[in-house]
Design a protein around this ligand. Structure first.
Ligand code: FNR
Length: 188
């Protein structure tokens, strides 16, 4: 039986290198992972005044996470942290109080940037947030991807052999992590 993975891209850009990375990750992932994007671009800014009457976009976000057996975050680093759009989505999903959508959810974190830091600092910030949200994170391997456009083809193709190995190993480990977590913490 396949595992349903919802994936969240931290960038709203139509030219996102993290979207390219997400396509590559999906193309090399084990066959028993099925992926659905969880969009975050249409969410209004979080406001706790709306906790008792969530807007439809925020309800859809929480439903999409609930329908996922695991969540994979693929995100840029902004100003050594995470993009505001992603922080906003996590704020919505973590509320209202007592209905945190990430509680016990298997999760993975990866990201790409043009520079050598490869989103390392942003990922650490995201890991702290997800820890607070009580997600069950894959802690290893980490993957800080310095984006080289030459390494990617169309439709998820990974031209660079070394990169393909790194991404394939990452997704295999993510699959195994999801299986381990769901064994003790099943999700419907
Ligand atoms: C960036 N960028 C960036 N890169 C990085 O490695 N560390 C950083 O802290 C930042 N900070 C940052 C802030 C803001 C507001 C922007 C717009 C950009 C550059 C960033 O890595 C680059 O624009 C990527 O292409 C963004 O990823 P997507 O949107 O292409 O997926």
């Amino acid at each position: 039986m396949a595992y349903q993975v919802g994936y969240i891209i931290g960038s709203l850009s139509s030219e996102s290198i993290n979207r390219t990375l997400s396509e590559a990750l999906i193309s090399v992932a084990p066959d028993d992972l099925e992926f659905t994007e969880i969009p975050i671009g249409d969410l209004p800014l979080y406001n706790r005044d709306l906790d008792s009457s969530f807007p439809p976009e925020a309800t859809a976000l929480k439903e999409a996470i609930a329908a996922s057996q695991a969540v994979l975050f693929i995100t840029p680093e902004y100003n050594r942290s995470i993009p505001g759009a992603l922080a906003n989505a996590i704020d919505w999903a973590s509320r209202p109080y007592g209905e945190n959508s990430f509680d016990h959810v298997p999760a993975g974190v990866i990201g790409a940037s043009p520079g050598g830091i490869g989103t390392a600092v942003g990922q650490q910030n995201l890991r702290g947030i997800l820890s607070y949200c009580n997600a069950r994170q894959m802690t290893a391997p980490e993957a800080y991807i310095q984006f080289d456009p030459q390494a990617y083809g169309k439709n998820g193709e990974v031209k660079d052999e070394e990169l393909r190995t790194i991404l394939t190993d990452f997704m295999q480990e993510f699959r195994d992590h999801v299986e381990r977590v769901l064994t003790v913490l099943p999700r419907t």
